[in-house]
Design a protein around this ligand. Structure first.
Ligand SMILES: Cc1ncc(COP(=O)(O)O)c(C=O)c1O
Length: 416
């Protein structure tokens, strides 16, 4: 079973104050996860989590993570700007972008962020625009498939990200000649992995690569960035990852590969998004309509604009009816109101009997949820609310109003 982090009574109080739909985040859970991650990697002196801002680009959330000792991983100018304004200092910001406008390298250097080069070809542009920084990272792509035992987890050869081993060695050689002093290696080879073996296997590949690269280039390797990719148990029958076991798995490989090669001072970085935040967010929505045709449709006031993953990837998100959690089971589709037939949060899902007016919570929406939202059908973005540690709730982003939708238009007078 998946239990929401909020009780029915708490949620009733919140929905009396804030209209649905909205995203609700759990401060206590966020802090606990951050602490567990730090505990798992406490064996590595320089360990740092650079939270992937793209997962939940909400200042109040980033502040909580900052208080827990995390940095941020940014992918664009505005993410950099937000992080800088939030008081993340240079070494607390990783810039893991791709296909990057040169002006963004210039800004990243201005605020002292660590640049993670996606392509060998980016080196010339970086040199010509921002210049070569003292600390720099390169993103690796081994090609082929990424396998764990007999399972194919992903296909790096089909991924647009990162550079080949030969390119990475060439980039390190040139960057060193151009004045770079400290180096990092980064890779993201599989997404939403629900296994404790992903990071240790990735670490083995990157640590072996690191030994070879240092041997061939003589660079001072400062860090290895395992990036994101640790998943969560979206389905109740899936077993949650054990971050302590993951940390211990990486430590074992570190001691087998890096320490004997004289690289026992290398810092481990992570750029987790989903693992840090997904379980600590709920999309709260109310049932507006019921429709019986060839199926039973339950129409709710949220739609794919609030949570794109089910419509985009067919991703499973568990749903709880807060008003009738133990009702008689029915097979239904839970749908939004977009003029798109993929606007469905659940298809042929067995759920307890649902009535108009019931409050449903869609689980695990804390990462890549609100942030992937859009405005199709002139739908307005929802609010975000934080359930604070003391049990009170606080609006951390208001919902959009029509004025916001019209704000960027010319030749249209909203006031008329
Ligand atoms: C460069 C980079 N780092 C980290 C992440 C975070 O990944 P996840 O949320 O799966 O941990 C992403 C996600 O897209 C990414 O592109």
């Amino acid at each position: 079973m998946k239990e929401p982090f909020v009780t029915r009574e708490q949620l009733e109080t919140i929905t009396q104050q804030f209209p649905t739909p909205f995203h609700l985040y759990d401060e206590k859970g966020i802090r606990e996860t951050a602490r567990a991650l730090h505990q798992a990697f406490a064996w590595n002196e320089g360990f740092k989590e650079y939270f992937a801002v793209k997962a939940t680009p909400t200042p109040a959330i980033l502040k909580i993570l900052q208080e827990e000792g995390c940095g941020v991983d940014c992918a664009s100018y505005v993410e950099l700007l937000m992080s800088h304004k939030l008081g993340f200092s240079g070494s607390d910001i990783m810039f893991s972008s791709n296909n990057t406008p040169l002006s963004e390298y210039v800004y990243a250097r201005e605020i002292g962020a660590t640049i993670n080069l996606d392509a060998y070809e980016d080196l010339a542009g970086l040199k010509a625009s921002a210049g070569i920084p003292e600390v720099i990272s390169c993103r690796y792509n081994p090609g082929g498939t990424f396998e764990l035992g007999t399972d194919i987890m992903d296909h790096p050869e089909e991924s647009k990200f990162g550079m080949t081993k030969e390119q990475l060695i060439q980039a390190f050689t040139e960057l060193k000649e151009l004045g770079a002093k400290k180096f990092g290696i980064h890779a993201f080879l599989a997404s939403n992995t629900v296994t404790n073996d992903y990071y240790p296997e990735l670490a083995r590949q990157l640590f072996e690569l690191a030994v070879e690269v240092v041997e061939k280039t003589g660079v001072d390797l400062d860090f290895i960035n395992l990036s994101g990719g640790i998943g969560i148990n979206y389905r109740p029958e899936e077993k949650a990852n054990d971050i302590l076991a993951i940390g211990a798995g990486v430590k074992k490989v570190y001691e087998e590969v890096l320490s004997p090669a004289g690289l026992g001072q290398v810092k481990i970085f992570t750029e987790l998004g989903r693992f840090m935040l997904a379980p600590h967010g709920l999309l709260v929505t109310k049932v507006l309509h019921k429709k019986e045709t060839y199926r039973t449709y339950i129409g709710v006031d949220a739609s794919a604009v609030n949570l794109m993953r089910p419509s985009m990837y067919g991703a499973y998100h568990h749903i709880t009816n807060m008003d009738n959690p133990d009702g008689e089971a029915r097979i239904v589709d839970i749908v939004g109101s977009l003029c798109e037939n993929n606007d469905k949060f659940a298809v042929n899902r067995e759920l307890p009997e649902t009535k108009i007016g019931d409050t449903l919570v869609i689980h695990d929406t804390g990462a890549h949820g609100y942030s992937m939202g859009y405005q199709y059908n002139a739908k307005l973005r929802s609010a975000e609310i934080l359930l604070q540690e003391d049990g009170s709730s606080r609006l951390i982003r208001r919902k959009e109003e029509p004025e916001d939708y019209f704000a960027t238009l010319y030749g249209f007078d909203f006031e008329k």
